[in-house]
Design a protein around this ligand. Structure first.
Ligand code: ZN
Length: 564
């Protein structure tokens, strides 16, 4: 909308650094981690080589892909600037410090995209940086949240929409007045370079939907109108599946309004895409056989939201900080969501790395020795796919016009996640009985699910997935489907598990159909708990990494090849 006037970047940076210095009073200085301590903290994100097979891409597609990686690198720069004004200067300083402490600090900085530990409530690990700014650099450094609320109230409709939109920053002009600055202006140099790289990639690829997305997104970087490029992204049917631009709003802790830059450069996984299609063909039959009152089944499922299974070769910005994203749903634009839904993208090689580095070590501690060989990636990933599909099955309305979400309110998230998990297991069992999946898969599916339950509960019960998993684990323990051995390890009783999985599917879906909010809250209160045998296993998981730190080795090779 309004272009607004804009203080030169250097002035803004100087102001931000002056503020930083003022905040860093000695009285507030906490003990900062030493080199050894920082090394240990960083080791919670275990380094892994992230690879993907590019053999089936033609030279033209590889050249396009290399340009996408270069464009994605620019998203790192922009993301760091959005998170804090001092980040870019600080990174340059750290890169020149070759002391052991300096090297650990640089490593931690790269993991966290700033001087605050994201796994520890944003605790600073460098001197003089103060607290992490709650709303990044999206708003004037001297403005409070209340100032901005008051200012926005005074704006007319379209200006207010622009001020609270995803793709504008709010700045103070030379006259001291607050103004709206489009991202296309605020981040002009980097976005112009990224747009040029996307156009170069578009000129090389032979895939029409990819070309359309890249051209539309390049135009959006300059025009600040992202709608057409989001539509083109929804329609991608390509061996290369990129996602690049401003998307998630987590860095704006004030209004969750401003989108942070990120990029996922990925290639389609053909084998898993075929498996997904095979599962998708079974969905109506699964719905018709859900273990619930036949009246609650949906005789005609609607069109499925698109799902893509891909392998990541490069992540940047908001897509590569702290804990790694393994799947995402975009776009966040509500207009597109209403018109065409959202697309779910699952990063298979990221899931595989998490499985290897986090889940298998967890299984070594949590699962009975004889059953550990049943913890398998194929079972893990099949269940993740089925979980996503099962969100679309079962009752979604309590009565015409009243959704389950609206009826269950604060309990909905945990109940819905538990439903997708447990009915996903039920569905895998159904497909095994039908012969779509082989019989040997059953034990692996159950045991892998059990191991992954400990991974989810480790993140705590505040979050919907963790609560949903605790509810399931306790129900399965009570039913004898899961048993605790004398040595404290867990295992499944396959015969009892099957009935217990079906019974919990019945219970949760029937509860959702009833819309009984009090009953849902009571169910979570009673069963979404961490019981002593589970806690004893959790206590023993302290040394297991929390997540991964990817090294993008396939992208590095690709860039070398492209430079030749
Ligand atoms: Zn889910």
């Amino acid at each position: 909308m309004s272009g607004g006037s804009r203080a030169p970047a250097a002035v803004l940076l100087a102001a931000a650094i002056a503020m930083m210095a003022a905040e860093a009073s000695p009285a507030r200085a906490e003990a900062l981690p030493t080199a050894a301590e920082l090394k240990q903290l960083s080791a919670r994100l275990a380094p892994v080589d992230l690879t993907a097979d590019l053999a089936r891409l033609s030279p033209a597609e590889r050249a396009a892909l290399a340009r996408l990686v270069r464009a994605a690198e620019l998203m790192d720069t922009l993301f760091m600037r959005q998170a804090w004004a001092g980040n870019e200067t600080l990174l340059l300083q750290l890169a020149q410090d070759s002391s052991p402490l300096g090297r650990e600090r640089l490593h931690a900085f790269r993991q966290n995209k700033g001087p605050w530990l994201r796994l520890d409530g944003d605790r600073p690990f460098l001197p003089g940086v103060g607290e992490k700014p709650a709303a990044g650099t999206f708003y004037p450094a001297d403005a409070t949240k209340a100032d901005l609320e008051a200012w926005m109230k005074g704006l007319a409709g379209p200006a207010r929409a622009s001020a609270s939109g995803f793709f504008t920053t709010i700045r103070r002009g030379p006259d001291g007045k607050v103004a709206i600055v489009p991202y296309g202006v605020e981040y002009q140099p980097e976005l112009a370079r990224a747009a040029a790289l996307l156009r170069e990639a578009a000129a090389r690829t032979e895939q029409p939907t990819l070309r359309a997305y890249l051209e539309a997104r390049a135009a959006a970087f300059l025009s600040n109108d992202y709608y057409a490029s989001d539509v083109a992204w929804m329609k991608l049917e390509s061996s290369i599946e990129p996602t690049i631009g401003p998307y998630e709003t987590y860095e704006d802790g004030w209004f969750s309004a401003k989108a942070a830059f990120e990029a996922f450069v990925t290639v389609r996984d053909d084998a898993e895409t075929a498996k997904l299609e095979r599962f998708a063909r079974e969905l109506q039959e699964l719905e018709d056989h859900l273990p619930i009152d036949p009246k609650l089944r949906n005789p005609k499922l609607g069109a499925m939201a698109p799902i893509r299974v891909v392998n990541s070769i490069f992540g940047a910005g908001d897509a590569n900080r702290g804990v790694q994203t393994a799947a995402f749903n975009l776009p966040n634009d509500e207009k597109i969501e209403r018109e065409m839904g959202t697309k779910r993208v699952m990063l298979k090689n990221v899931q595989e790395a998490k499985f290897r580095v986090v889940l298998q070590p967890i299984a070594k501690i949590a699962i009975a020795a004889a059953d550990r060989r049943d913890v398998r990636f194929e079972a893990f990933f099949s269940h993740i796919l089925m979980h996503e599909l099962m969100h679309g099955l079962g009752p979604h309305e309590v009565a015409p016009g009243t959704t389950v979400r609206g009826a269950l309110q604060e309990s909905h998230g945990a109940i819905e996640e538990a439903k997708a998990d447990i009915s996903g297991l039920w569905a895998l069992g159904y497909l095994i009985d039908k012969g779509v999946l082989d019989k040997g898969f059953e034990r692996a599916a159950y045991t892998t699910f059990l191991a992954s339950a400990f991974r989810s509960i480790r993140f705590g019960l505040k979050e919907a997935h963790g609560r949903g998993i605790a509810l399931q684990l306790n129900t399965l323990l009570d039913a004898g489907g899961v048993v605790v051995g004398k040595d404290g390890t867990f295992s499944v009783d396959v015969a009892k598990m099957k009935g217990a999985v079906a019974a919990l599917t019945t219970e949760l879906m029937t509860l959702q159909a009833s819309g009984d909010r009090a009953k849902a809250a009571e169910l979570l209160r009673a069963r979404a708990q961490i019981r002593p045998p589970v806690q004893r296993v959790l206590d023993r998981l302290k040394g297991v990494p929390v997540d991964i730190e990817p090294r993008f080795v396939t992208a590095e090779k690709l860039l070398l090849e492209d430079a030749r």
